[in-house]
Design a protein around this ligand. Structure first.
Ligand SMILES: Nc1ncnc2c1ncn2[C@@H]1O[C@H](COP(=O)(O)OP(=O)(O)O)[C@@H](O)[C@H]1O
Ligand SMILES: [Mg+2]
Length: 409
């Protein structure tokens, strides 16, 4: 029997390559197949050429005005993008697919979760110290606007001379002006939650802050977030190159972590509807309406799964599918189980969450490692130095090292 030689070696792809393949597939295949790894793996030359020919004919009929119901302008744009997608998939099928480099500039890592008290700040502080010990320049930033305490976890005083509030209130013109040094390696941008309403920054302030964070000069910027799913917190999480979600093993925490991942993804799609991201092309107002209906409850049921959401997009206008899909792929949060006595127990939680995310959100969650429960952290009454600074070769440093390696930082 004929056996196709060239199929997509999905397993050997980096995250960037995989995302590029999925994005290209959005021009040819329905949503369900784009998230189906075994389907993608089986794409060969004949499947590709076949589907491309069929799609090309459909789009050309719209361009030539022979088919009603489609916009010619959109079809011309789609036709060109489809050609580019074909070229990419074609070289992938030939086994000739170069690595896609990530953008240069600082790597932004957000540490989030749905609740307070689960170890976000502890982890953010220790991972910052760990990376600084390795020789990287690190800025640890406290974005828990309502409960700022990251500086404390880094061994500094609770009340700082300069904080984010000073930047937001224009006392200092740039974020660089409020950076302070710390004793254990990372630099700090601290918060101050002592003022009523400090957490409720408005949209323009948030956008200003996001732009300033992206412009900071460092190897790593670690964002310690508050434990809620407000739009502000989700937008800070989405700004990162790597989103880390912390959970503990109790059910309220890990179910909350799934909800956090879900709301972050829906917010990502919702941002598209609100034109908050730099889009290649203006969004169709009709698509905007569909996306809002699918992502925000407003008394109506939202889409239960991402595939059903994408199906609704495609029903409205198949030409919109790649643009929406582009905002979804590449969303790969990492789940870190804190206070877990063993890898086995951490994995039970991680599997539950990653199964749910795969089934309902079509999202692959990374589970790069876990953190044990440490009496040295829990009962730390006198020594304020982060544990990784106190014991650079200790067990916590080892666990963080595994996490950092598995994420590929
Ligand atoms: N792995 C751990 N072992 C022991 N204590 C921990 C651990 N992680 C966090 N803690 C403790 O739990 C409390 C809450 O942690 P924190 O980092 O402030 O949570 P969050 O930032 O999520 O609100 C703190 O007292 C912290 O020292
Ligand atoms: Mg905290």
């Amino acid at each position: 029997m004929y056996q196709a030689l060239s199929m997509l070696p999905i397993k050997s792809y980096s995250q960037n390559q995989f995302a590029a393949v999925q994005e290209a597939c959005a021009y040819f295949f329905p949503p369900k197949q784009i998230f189906d790894i075994s389907f993608l793996r089986n794409i060969d030359r004949s499947i590709l050429d076949d589907v491309c020919l069929r799609k090309k004919k459909q789009v050309q009929r719209i361009i030539k005005g022979r088919k009603q119901g489609g916009s010619q302008d959109k079809a011309i744009y789609y036709h060109e993008k489809m050609r580019q997608a074909y070229v990419l998939l074609s070289s992938a099928v030939n086994g000739d697919f170069p690595e896609i480099k990530s953008d240069s500039g600082p790597k932004i890592i957000a540490v989030g979760g749905s609740k307070g008290g689960i170890g976000k700040s502890m982890f953010a502080a220790n991972v910052s110290v760990f990376l600084a010990q390795k020789g990287f320049s690190v800025i640890a930033m406290d974005l828990d606007l309502g409960g700022a305490n990251l500086a404390l976890y880094l061994g500094e005083k609770y009340i700082l001379d300069r904080t984010i509030n000073d930047f937001l209130k224009k006392k200092y013109p740039s974020l660089e002006d409020i950076i302070i040094d710390s004793s254990y390696g990372p630099k700090i941008i601290g918060g101050d939650s002592s003022e009523l309403g400090a957490a409720n920054i408005h949209h323009a302030q948030k956008m200003k802050l996001i732009r300033a964070i992206k412009g900071l000069d460092a190897d790593f910027i670690i964002l310690d977030l508050g434990g809620d799913t407000s739009f502000n917190m989700l937008d800070f999480f989405l700004l990162a190159d790597h989103g880390l979600v912390i959970t503990t093993r109790d059910s309220a925490s890990y179910i909350g972590s799934y909800q956090f991942i879900k709301t972050a993804l829906y917010r990502k799609i919702n941002r598209l509807a609100d034109h908050l991201d730099d889009a290649e092309r203006d969004l169709d107002p009709q698509l905007s309406t569909v996306l809002k209906k699918c992502t925000v409850a407003n008394g109506q049921p939202m889409s239960q799964t991402i595939v059903s959401l994408l199906d609704r997009v495609a029903e409205n206008d198949p030409f919109d599918l790649p643009q929406v899909l582009k905002s979804i792929i590449g969303f790969k949060p990492h789940l870190i189980v804190n206070r877990a006595p063993s890898l086995l127990q951490a994995n039970q939680v991680a599997h539950t969450i990653s199964d749910l995310a795969k089934r309902y959100l079509s999202v692959r969650i990374g589970c790069p490692g876990h953190i044990n429960k440490y009496p040295e952290i829990e009962d730390n009454l006198s020594n304020n130095a982060p544990l990784v600074a106190r014991d650079p070769d200790g067990k916590l440093a080892g666990e963080i090292s595994v996490i950092v390696t598995n994420i590929g930082l």
